[in-house]
Write a protein that binds this ligand. Structure first.
Ligand SMILES: Nc1ncnc2c1ncn2[C@@H]1O[C@H](COP(=O)(O)OP(=O)(O)O)[C@@H](O)[C@H]1O
Ligand SMILES: [Mg+2]
Length: 271
């Protein structure tokens, strides 16, 4: 795999959190992994490509002005009277040091068909190509659908993380997801790898989640060997609009997320 190198000579990793199923933890994991990355000193960027804007809300960035959202970044590719602003101008600081966000926007829905019909599917990759000079790690949160924006993200990313909520629908969805990712790899982005399946909302006392995970491992899926348990702390963290590393750094859930971060080869690749 060919990783890009940024201006400080570090390798840059662009990761997309994706699953067509909703409610599996894409936004929760994207924000928390990005915040952990930032807290370890990596210059980190997160992009919110979901019109629900949960990531933007979680990082308390819903108040960003419309011209600094991801929708505005896409819009300038189809509106020629607008001055082309460099992608870096869209990156807003958050309350976490080293963590920047390009906020989401409901306007993504309005723009989608025009972006699609005008073949702008590589524009995100171009934008991230320039942003990757400035950051060490980039996380992309996506909507629960393979729409124009998720496809753009899968074309732009190096690695895909797939959260699952350890139920049978999640498992059934994985096969078609894996096929789709292979197709995108073949047609658009040879570098794309499924880096890991993240078992989220894991209930250690129940049999079914363990059984589902063991079956996935037997079928050869790259399930990461740290499972994230279900904990009310996650919801408290959303409500407080504070990622867990800031809200409860010693909590079991946070330690589990840090373990996931360390399983990813960030540390090795980017230091
Ligand atoms: N480990 C967890 N423990 C408890 N609740 C969780 C956990 N992960 C996610 N949730 C909750 O599940 C819901 C869906 O999570 P979210 O991250 O928004 O998923 P997605 O982005 O895939 O739709 C949210 O209400 C969130 O608080
Ligand atoms: Mg989400």
């Amino acid at each position: 795999m060919q990783l890009k190198i940024n201006l400080t000579g570090k390798y840059v990793v662009i990761r997309v959190l994706f699953n067509k199923k909703g409610g599996v933890g894409k936004s929760s994991l994207a924000v928390n992994l990005a915040a952990i990355s930032a807290s370890q000193g990596f210059r980190t960027l997160i992009l919110d490509l979901d019109t629900q804007c949960n990531t933007t809300s979680y990082l308390n960035a819903l108040g960003a002005s419309a011209e600094n959202t991801i929708a505005a970044l896409f819009e300038q590719t189809i509106t020629f009277h607008l001055r082309r602003r460099p992608a870096l101008e869209y990156c807003q600081p958050t309350q976490i040091d080293n963590l920047y966000i390009i906020p989401g926007s409901e306007r993504l829905s309005e723009l989608e068909s025009e972006l699609h019909s005008r073949h702008k599917i590589y524009k995100l990759r171009e934008a991230l190509g320039s942003l990757s000079k400035e950051f060490d790690h980039i996380y992309i949160d996506t909507a629960p659908a393979l729409n124009f924006y998720s496809l753009s993200a899968l074309i732009a990313a190096d690695r895909c993380l797939i959260p699952i909520d350890c139920d049978d629908f999640s498992r059934q969805g994985l096969y078609s997801l894996q096929q789709k990712i292979s197709e995108i790899k073949e047609d658009h982005n040879a570098d794309l790898e499924i880096e890991g399946i993240i078992a989220n909302q894991f209930l250690a006392n129940a049999n079914l989640p363990k059984q589902i995970i063991n079956e996935l491992i037997d079928e050869g899926y790259p399930v990461l060997p740290e499972y994230i348990s279900q904990s009310v702390k996650m919801r408290e963290s959303h409500q407080a609009k504070k990622p867990l590393i800031a809200l409860a750094p010693k909590h079991k859930l946070t330690r589990s997320l840090v373990a996931i971060f360390e399983l990813l080869d960030n540390g090795k690749a980017a230091r």
